[in-house]
Design a protein around this ligand. Structure first.
Ligand code: HEM
Length: 456
């Protein structure tokens, strides 16, 4: 075959692995062309056709595609020293700062992860402290959305991005950031997303991007200065708490980390919420159970009550299982050291794709996997298969599991409980969920889905 001959050297290590036949010069790139060929679905379909490990070719570049829970566990949990994470770091370094664990490896990863405010022992206090302020903010948003959707349904993902940004601002710096800060954030996220999906060389940030980044980081720096100038005040936002607990992160890093909360969650959280609301709207009997349970909560429900609300918990888990916002992510073999893995000798820097899309919908672990059945999590299943386990890892697995996992679950539950206690949400009525899906900033986003909201 021509492809094998032309790429003989890079082909050899993968010769024993199954996979779709590569065609010169595209490899398997043609499988990904066209709207109905979403990358995560293509990678999951390889799992169906070729099993838990296979090789696919993007032009002359091989990717080891993993759809096997044990092999993925090796890469993410048991053999982390043999692999590293280059994406999204390479794409995002000029957009963010070096402060995020997401873009670091080795000692810098350990430092940024262990010093991140999100990993500190007081984080539960932070969640509890923002409950009432964020609820009030959300209720204000739902009232406005009721007016906005009185005449017709509106696209939900974009609106939830703004609502999430505002809510995260309250949690991170204690007040809602300006429209300009949101605009700057979206400009930077778009630049980052373009860099994530383009092949090398990646587009430069450019003069406008550079000045936007500077302005955004300066804006966060001002919140740092205000919080550190008033050490005796006792607000409970993330920044103030980190300062009060003597964070070891320097000013630039701690301020930037507040911005990284938005990059981490302002696309993935809305995507998950749109999916959860869409599924509930299309399954009225399930929605009824969740509505009854959240209406049973006391008016001033606390974190414990929110977390103990099983129907809400199960509905959210089931949405994250069936429609994960991040359906695939990447690792590489160390750039300096080839390794024996998956029955072959992988060259240094070999690319690995990790797909959760298929394993979260696999039989026999998930009977009738394509059905939305929140009750499948009852009877101890939620404890047996926690977030980050072999067949349920919408927020990753192992030591690099999502830094914002606890926060994102807290916020999504708070959002759903606040909304469903008082409002009827009609989401995606008559719409095909798949139609408007896009991939932005590493997140699968159901952009086409529209919603209407009415006070019950
Ligand atoms: C539903 C919401 C979210 C989803 C689905 C999600 C998903 C993920 C996934 C799959 C990973 C692992 C990627 C990998 O191993 O390469 C990850 C890592 C990460 N997430 Fe999230 N995430 C969410 C919310 C958040 C939030 C709110 C934050 C902000 C604090 C955040 C910050 C991060 C960071 C910093 C990492 C990298 C951690 C590390 O490498 O040590 N995420 N997330």
């Amino acid at each position: 075959m021509i492809f094998e001959r032309v790429h003989a050297k890079s082909y050899a290590p993968y010769a024993d692995l199954p996979g779709p036949s590569p065609i010169f010069p595209f490899g398997n790139a043609m499988d990904f062309i066209g709207k109905s060929h979403r990358p995560w679905e293509v990678f999951a379909s390889y799992g169906e056709r070729f099993g838990g490990k296979c090789v696919a070719w993007l032009f002359g570049s091989p990717i080891l595609v993993l759809n096997d829970a044990d092999l993925i566990g090796d890469v993410l949990c048991r053999r982390t020293v043999d692999f590293y994470k280059d994406e999204p770091g390479v794409a995002l370094i000029p957009v963010l700062t070096r402060s995020s664990p997401n873009i670091n490896n080795g000692a810098e990863w350990t430092r940024t992860r262990t010093q991140s405010p999100m990993t500190q022992p007081w984080i539960g206090h932070w969640l509890e402290a923002q409950l009432s302020d964020v609820r009030e903010l959300l209720e204000g948003w739902f009232k406005r959305m009721e007016t906005m959707t009185a005449a017709q349904a509106i696209p939900l993902q974009a609106k939830l991005q703004r609502i999430t940004f505002d809510s995260f601002s309250v949690g991170a710096v204690g007040s809602v950031l300006s429209d300009k800060m949101y605009e700057d954030f979206m400009t930077l996220a778009s630049q980052g997303s373009k860099r994530m999906t383009s092949l090398k060389p990646k587009p430069e940030l450019g003069a406008v991007g550079q000045s936007t980044r500077k302005r955004f980081l300066n804006g966060l720096g001002k919140y740092y200065d205000a919080a550190s100038a008033n050490p005796n005040d006792s607000p409970s936002d993330l920044l103030s708490l980190a300062l009060r607990h003597h964070s070891r992160l320097p000013r630039e890093e701690l301020a930037a980390e507040m911005g990284n909360v938005f990059y981490g969650g302002c696309f993935s959280v809305p995507s998950t919420l749109v999916s959860a609301l869409y599924l509930l709207s299309s399954h009225p009997a399930e929605a009824k159970k969740v509505i009854a349970a959240v209406r049973d909560l006391d008016d001033d429900f606390d974190l414990k009550a929110l977390n103990s609300c099983e129907p809400l918990d199960f509905a959210l888990r089931e949405a994250m299982r069936l429609l994960p916002a991040v359906p695939m992510f990447f690792r590489r073999v160390l750039a300096t050291k080839p390794t024996e893995f998956a029955g072959c000798r992988l060259p240094a820097d070999a690319n690995i794709l990790i797909c959760n899309w298929r394993l979260q919908r696999a039989e026999p672990q998930w009977p009738r996997p394509m059905e939305y059945r929140p009750d499948r999590w009852s009877g101890g299943v939620a404890n047996e298969r926690p977030l980050g386990s072999d067949y349920f890892f919408p927020e990753g697995r192992g030591p690099r599991m999502c830094l914002g996992a606890e926060y994102s679950i807290f916020f999504m539950k708070l959002f759903l409980a606040t909304a469903l206690r008082r409002w009827d949400i009609e989401c995606g009525k008559g719409q095909n969920y798949d139609a408007g899906q896009t991939y932005f900033f590493g997140v699968r986003m159901p952009m086409g889905i529209k919603a209407r909201i009415r006070r019950r």
